[in-house]
Design a protein around this ligand. Structure first.
Ligand code: GAL
Length: 434
């Protein structure tokens, strides 16, 4: 059956179910979590969900959410519109061309924060404030998160999770072989460099990394470490001078860290870089906490098989990003999309998804005991630490700025520019999207 036919049948079914649906709309987690219908049930047909969670541990996270969706909305068929490429490196461009040709998916993944404002300014996504009322979400999410999703008193997406970007993952066996104490943590990048030298001497890769977006991810954490949280945040609101000597020093640290990385990096994506730590080819990997799901998928145990700590010099700071789901303007099956959004916002959906994804629920009523030891540290850190916005994951800047920073970074790390040109290109890039 074609998608169009399915949709027409879906409309018929939806009409037939309308009376029933009206009476069940507005249900919430409190009363309905164990049931099969958690919200809008006047939807049917197919719902195309566009993400970049196409494989590995990310796909397992999506699968867990789909499983909950299928129980809550058995009348809607999930269609996987995932496009491979970590951090949406391929998906975001494809999505943009689909939106521009009026061919939106029914719902798509977007980061909370500045990235969302791109879609809002282009009138590509709907205000979903009504759904916050209908699904009783306003009290379920932290106020600070809601404000990052709100523009002019309207809320444009429903968050599925919160990730921490400033994490280091390490293989304790490789560290021990290099004569290092695997329980050591490093207060600054300067304290960390000798450990990287020690691994280098063993012939293993000190710091594994992958393609450009992961290099931008490393750059963001180095800026945070070297500048501190206030000056780091100032990079995005114009109060920190990109041409300052402090930024030069941070870029020197970045250049030094890049010298410890694997040379095949540009052909790899994040799972390959994390895998090098899992396999004992590399000692450290700086990556967001979706990495913990990759260690778990490989059957590894925290503390024994892998260890983690905040990127040196960033303890006490939570470098924040959140995935969220939208209702695109002109979504072919808006009711199906609402059913998906209902599942995304539900306690049951957030619990199942985040258990598999490594992130923490955006909802504040989730039970920490349902999550891993690592996730419990993230829950505490998110509650107690200073929160800053991730650059590489759409929280800090509009997409145009991130793209310009990404181009400058790729040029620098592939030998196409020196540090001074890199710094002035970054300064120019930071002004490009605002
Ligand atoms: C981030 C996204 C995460 C994770 C990561 C790697 O942008 O928010 O959920 O998927 O990319 O692909």
């Amino acid at each position: 059956m074609t998608r169009k036919h399915t949709r027409i049948m879906g409309v018929v079914a939806a009409l037939a179910a309308a009376t029933l649906a009206l009476s069940s709309c507005g249900s919430d987690d409190g009363g309905n979590d164990g049931g099969t219908d958690g919200g809008t049930s006047n939807s049917a047909g197919q719902v195309e969900v566009f993400t970049w969670w196409a494989s590995g541990s990310e796909k397992l996270g999506l699968d867990a959410l789909v499983e909950v969706f299928n129980t809550r909305h058995p009348d809607v068929e999930f269609v996987n519109g995932a496009v491979a490429g970590g951090a949406g490196s391929a998906a975001k461009d494809l999505l943009q061309s689909r939106l521009q040709t009026n061919d939106p998916p029914d719902t798509f993944q977007a980061h909370a924060g500045a990235e969302l404002t791109d879609y809002i300014n282009a009138a590509q996504i709907e205000d979903v404030s009504d759904l916050y009322e209908e699904f009783e979400l306003t009290e379920a999410f932290p106020e600070d998160l809601i404000s990052r999703l709100t523009v002019d008193d309207k809320i444009y997406s429903i968050p599925s999770n919160i990730h921490r970007a400033n994490m280091t993952w390490a293989n304790p066996t490789v560290l021990t072989e290099a004569g290092l104490d695997p329980t050591a943590t490093y207060a600054t990048l300067d304290e960390w460099f000798p450990a990287l030298d020690a691994v280098q001497a063993t012939g293993k890769t000190p710091l594994s990394i992958a393609t450009t977006w992961t290099q931008v991810h490393l750059l963001e954490t180095v800026l945070l470490s070297a500048l501190g949280d206030e000056a780091y945040s100032g990079l995005w609101d114009g109060t920190t001078d990109w041409n300052s000597p402090e930024v030069t020093a941070a870029l020197e640290d970045f250049e030094k860290l890049m010298s410890y990385t694997n040379t095949d990096r540009d052909g790899l994506d994040w799972p390959d870089a994390t895998q090098q730590v899992i396999d004992g080819q590399a000692a450290f990997n700086v990556m967001g906490d979706w990495a913990v799901a990759a260690f778990e998928e490989a059957g590894q145990e925290a503390e024994t098989d892998f260890i983690y700590f905040p990127v040196p010099g960033t303890d006490g700071v939570f470098d924040f990003l959140a995935d969220s789901f939208t209702l695109p303007v002109g979504a072919p099956n808006a009711d199906g999309a609402k059913a998906w959004l209902e599942t995304v916002g539900s306690l049951e959906g957030q619990t199942a998804f985040n258990q598999a994804k490594g992130s923490i629920p955006a909802r504040t009523d989730a039970d920490p005991a349902d999550f891993s030891e690592y996730q419990q540290t993230a829950i505490t850190s998110f509650a107690d630490d200073t929160i800053v916005s991730s650059l590489a994951h759409g929280a800090a800047t509009p997409v145009a700025t991130l793209n310009a920073i990404t181009d400058a970074t790729s040029k620098f790390t592939s030998g196409g520019s020196d540090l001074a040109s890199f710094q002035s290109e970054l300064a120019a890039a930071a002004g490009s999207g605002s």
